[in-house]
Design a protein. Structure first.
Length: 393
C-alpha cells in the first residue's frame, strides 16, 4: 500500500507507542508549493485558488467549484445562494457536527431535525418524508465520516422544489453508485480541515452543476462583488471597481491554502485507497469483538473513511465506552466520540424545546460511538497496536 509515514507515529523504546486519532499527511511537496505565491506576492484569492477549483471540479465531476474559508462557510454560502431565509425550513440530521445546523440559523431559517440510521449514521430517509412541509426549502444530506447518504432514495421522496445540499465535509474521494459527491444534489460542500483526508489547514469548497447558483455563490463569497480582485488587477481599466448588487461575505480562500490544496488533491485517490485497505484490515481483525460494532458500508459505495467510527455495545462490553476510551488513551491511542447529537447540545435544547429521547438513534450514537485511529500517517505497527489494545480489554 502507499506509504506516507515519514512524519508519522514512531516507536519509542523508552515510552509506549503513541497513535493519534488523526494526523494530516503533508510533507515537503506542500512546503515547496508555498514558495510560488509567497515569491509572487499574491497571497489572497488568485491563480492558485483558480487552479485548485479547476482540479477539484474535474476530480469530482462537477461543472463548478468555488473555494471558501471553511466547510462551514461553504454550507452557509450554499443556503445563501438558494435565497433561503426567515420563514423557510431546512431538514438537518440530528447526528452531525453542529455547523450543519448552525448555518441554517445564520440565514434566519429554521432547522428541522431528523433522526439518523444506526447502521450508516446518515439521515433516515423515511423519517425525512414525514417532515416535509410547504415551508421546506432544502435538506442537508450529510455524508457522515465519508459515507455518502442515499441520495437517490432522498430524491424519490422530495418534491421538485426542495433542494438537496450535500454536506460532503468528510467525503472528498468517496463515491455513490460510481459517482463522486458534490454533484449528486443541488449543491455540495466540502471541508479541508486537518482531520479530513486532504487538507489546506482550514478551507472549504462549494460545488454545483447549476451555472446560476455558481455565479451567485461566487459573488456572495466576495462581498457580493461582480468582479474579482484578480480580474480587476489584470484588466485593462485599473480604475474600475466592482458593483455590489447583493449583501455578501468575505469567504475567500487564500492562494497559500490553495497551493497546498493543489498538491493534496494529487494524492487524494492514493490516500483513499490506503484508508480503504486499513478499514478492511480493521474489519477482519476486530470482527471477533462482539461488543464492538464496526461501521457498515452499503453496496455501490466507496467510503472515504474520514473516520473509522465504531459503536460500543455497553450491554456486553467489558467496560462502558468512556472507560474504554480512557484506557486506550493510557495505551497511547487517541479516540473520540464519532460526533455529537446536535439535539442534545444545550443551545439547541434550550432554543428549540427538544425533549430527551426525541431523537433516540442520534442520542445513542452520541453516547456509544467511538472513532479509532485511521489515517495516512499510521504504520503497520500502529494498526497492530490499536487492534491488540482493543483485544486486551
Amino acid at each position: 500500500m502507499p506509504s506516507h509515514k515519514s512524519c508519522g507515529a514512531q516507536a519509542n523504546p523508552k515510552k509506549h507507542r503513541e497513535v493519534a486519532l488523526s494526523v494530516p499527511a503533508t510533507g515537503d511537496e506542500e512546503w515547496q508549493a508555498l514558495r510560488a505565491p509567497i515569491e509572487s506576492g499574491w497571497l489572497t484569492q488568485g491563480p492558485r485558488v483558480a487552479e485548485f477549483e479547476k482540479g477539484f471540479s474535474a476530480r469530482h465531476g462537477v461543472a463548478h467549484a468555488i473555494a471558501t474559508t471553511s466547510g462551514t462557510t461553504a454550507l452557509h454560502l450554499a443556503l445563501a445562494a438558494l435565497g433561503i431565509g426567515p420563514g423557510d425550513e431546512v431538514i438537518v440530521p440530528a447526528f452531525t457536527w453542529v455547523a450543519t445546523a448552525n448555518v441554517v440559523l445564520y440565514t434566519g431559517a429554521t432547522p428541522i431535525f431528523v433522526d439518523v440510521r444506526s447502521d450508516t449514521y446518515n439521515l433516515d430517509i423515511d423519517a425525512v418524508a414525514q417532515l416535509v412541509t410547504k415551508r421546506t426549502r432544502a435538506v442537508i444530506a450529510v455524508h457522515l465520516f465519508g459515507l455518502c447518504a442515499d441520495i437517490d432514495a432522498l430524491k424519490r421522496i422530495l418534491p421538485d422544489n426542495v433542494s438537496i445540499i450535500e454536506d460532503a465535509a468528510c467525503a472528498a474521494g468517496s463515491a455513490y453508485k460510481g459517482k463522486a459527491p458534490g454533484g449528486l444534489g443541488t449543491l455540495g460542500c466540502f471541508s479541508f480541515h486537518p482531520r479530513k483526508s486532504i487538507t489546506t489547514g482550514e478551507g472549504g469548497m462549494l460545488t454545483t452543476n447549476d451555472p446560476v447558483l455558481a455565479e451567485r455563490a461566487a459573488a456572495l463569497r466576495s462581498h457580493g462583488a461582480t468582479l474579482s480582485d484578480e480580474a480587476r488587477r489584470h484588466g485593462p481599466a485599473p480604475h474600475r471597481m466592482p458593483d455590489i448588487n447583493m449583501l455578501g461575505f468575505n469567504y475567500r480562500m487564500s492562494d497559500l491554502q490553495a497551493a497546498v490544496g493543489v498538491v493534496q488533491l494529487t494524492k487524494l485517490d492514493e490516500f483513499i485507497d490506503e484508508r480503504n485497505h486499513w478499514a478492511k484490515w480493521y474489519h477482519d481483525k476486530l470482527a471477533d469483538l462482539r461488543w464492538l460494532k464496526l461501521p457498515h458500508v452499503p453496496e455501490n459505495s466507496r467510503h472515504a473513511w474520514q473516520a473509522f467510527v465504531t459503536i460500543v455495545d455497553e450491554t456486553i462490553s467489558p467496560l462502558p465506552r468512556n472507560a474504554i476510551m480512557e484506557m486506550l488513551q493510557k495505551r497511547g491511542i487517541g479516540t473520540r466520540p464519532g460526533t455529537h447529537a446536535v439535539t442534545d447540545l444545550g443551545y439547541y435544547r434550550d432554543t428549540h424545546g427538544i425533549q430527551a429521547g426525541e431523537y433516540p438513534v442520534a442520542s445513542y450514537l452520541d453516547q456509544c460511538s467511538m472513532a479509532i485511529p485511521l489515517h495516512n500517517r499510521m504504520s503497520d505497527a500502529d494498526y497492530q497496536h490499536v487492534a491488540q489494545a482493543l483485544h486486551d480489554l
